[in-house]
Design a protein around this ligand. Structure first.
Ligand SMILES: Nc1ncnc2c1ncn2[C@@H]1O[C@H](COP(=O)(O)OP(=O)(O)O)[C@@H](O)[C@H]1O
Ligand SMILES: [Mg+2]
Length: 390
């Protein structure tokens, strides 16, 4: 007997060369920003939309065309020295043969902070911050960080080329760095005519902090608001994958897209969970999608439980009301039904949930929606148990 084809839907990892659902317009703008010196672009949007994936795909494409482009991830950094190390690693890799010049230039300027090491196998020289640099005073750390970028710009200028840098989840800078670093960074990168910068960010309230009119990154970037993949594009892509893997009847596909809502990962995940059910008969039906939906929630139950326990009672009650589709959170009936506090307190609680990433902002009332549709459904189910709602 033949084994079934592998599941065509992936969402857990980002390959170095990902196959990307087109996103033609976003892709073109990213390419343009990274191909032209002096450009600065901000790509902002909710998590799980595909920002990192698209940036990686574009970076690989441009690399293949010979552009010196690199991508650093700020999401896991705990201090400025970590960011400096990430930059050093990428810049030395991207500057190719010229990186020896960069290194000697850097060593002259920042020798106190740097150390080098030869790879025992290849003999390649690696450069990084000395461990002691992590505990250096903040102004030294700042000078190192900005010095690394300044010298990359200088090198590019000398070589008559340009460096393109993608900084993933840049808003983490705001989490642990002081204002002065941000203003210095602004001043520096405004003069980097031989660099181009793409910053991506998911955490809206931190991004807004950095971009406000009195803050360091005001009007520094043109911006892409990273919206969901258009429904038609997503549908066509999913249908193509299902069909190529032997599922030719797709009566349940629109239901799948409706239940999964807008995030790329949520959509791919429901498709991945539905696929084995559909592959057996060659047909994707609505009941299969419902089964898969429940299976996703089952898989994440433990996370939801622990997230839930970390919320305050007010937060839980508001989420309960929203899971029942209530939009008038200030109305007397809703407040009584879900034991909500006075309306000023409701709006503070909503803001706190936004900052935690549990909710995201929307245009229509009440201005917020669940970030994760599966979590919403889990709370809805809990309401049945805890509140006895029918
Ligand atoms: N355009 C896309 N085409 C194919 N898969 C995608 C696309 N965008 C996202 N994905 C999938 O979703 C996952 C998460 O996306 P990611 O880029 O990490 O989102 P973000 O950076 O916005 O949080 C990726 O691992 C990838 O598998
Ligand atoms: Mg990302």
């Amino acid at each position: 007997m033949q084994s079934p084809p592998p599941n065509p839907f992936r969402y857990e990892t980002i390959d170095s060369n990902p196959e990307v659902i087109n996103r033609v317009v976003d892709r073109r703008r990213l390419c343009a920003a990274l191909s032209e010196p002096g450009r600065r672009l901000l790509v902002h949007g909710r998590r799980r939309m595909g920002k990192t994936t698209l940036c990686k795909a574009v970076v690989e494409e441009l690399k293949a065309e010979g552009v010196a482009v690199m991508m650093v991830d700020f999401s896991t950094a705990t201090q400025l020295a970590d960011l400096s190390n990430a930059l050093l690693q990428k810049i030395t890799a991207a500057s190719g043969k010229g990186w020896q010049d960069y290194l000697s230039d850097l060593m002259r300027a920042l020798s106190l902070q740097l150390e080098t090491e030869a790879d025992p196998l290849t003999g390649a020289i690696k450069v990084r911050l000395k461990p002691i640099a992590r505990t250096a005073p903040i102004d030294e750390q700042r000078a190192t960080f900005i010095g690394i970028l300044d010298r990359a710009n200088e090198l590019a200028k000398q070589q008559g080329r340009h460096f393109a840098l993608v900084v993933d989840e840049f808003q983490e800078l705001a989490r642990f760095e002081d204002e002065a670093t941000l203003w210095n960074l602004r001043a520096a990168i405004q003069h980097h005519t031989h660099m181009s910068y793409v910053f991506t960010g998911s955490r809206v309230h931190l991004i807004n902090l950095l971009m406000a009119s009195d803050r360091a990154f005001y009007k520094m970037f043109s911006a892409i608001n990273f919206e969901p993949v258009p429904l038609v594009e997503m549908r066509t892509w999913l249908a193509g994958k299902f069909k190529a893997s032997g599922v030719t009847q797709l009566d349940g596909l629109d239901w799948l897209l409706e239940r999964a809502e807008g995030c790329t990962v949520d959509r791919l995940r429901l498709a991945a969970m539905s696929y084995p059910l559909a592959a057996a008969s060659g047909e994707l039906t609505q009941p299969m999608v419902d089964r898969a939906y429940r299976a996703v929630i089952e898989e994440d139950k433990a996370y939801f439980q622990s997230d839930w326990q970390q919320l305050t009672q007010h937060q839980q009650n508001i989420l309960r009301a929203m899971a029942e589709g209530e939009t008038k959170l200030g109305s007397k009936a809703v407040r009584q039904r879900f034991s909500l506090p006075a309306s000023g307190s409701v709006s503070n609680t909503l803001k706190a949930l936004l900052e935690r990433g549990v909710l995201h902002g929307i245009e229509s009332a009440p201005g917020y929606a669940y970030d994760n549709p599966y979590f919403k459904e889990w709370v809805h189910q809990r309401n049945r148990l805890d509140l006895g709602l029918s």
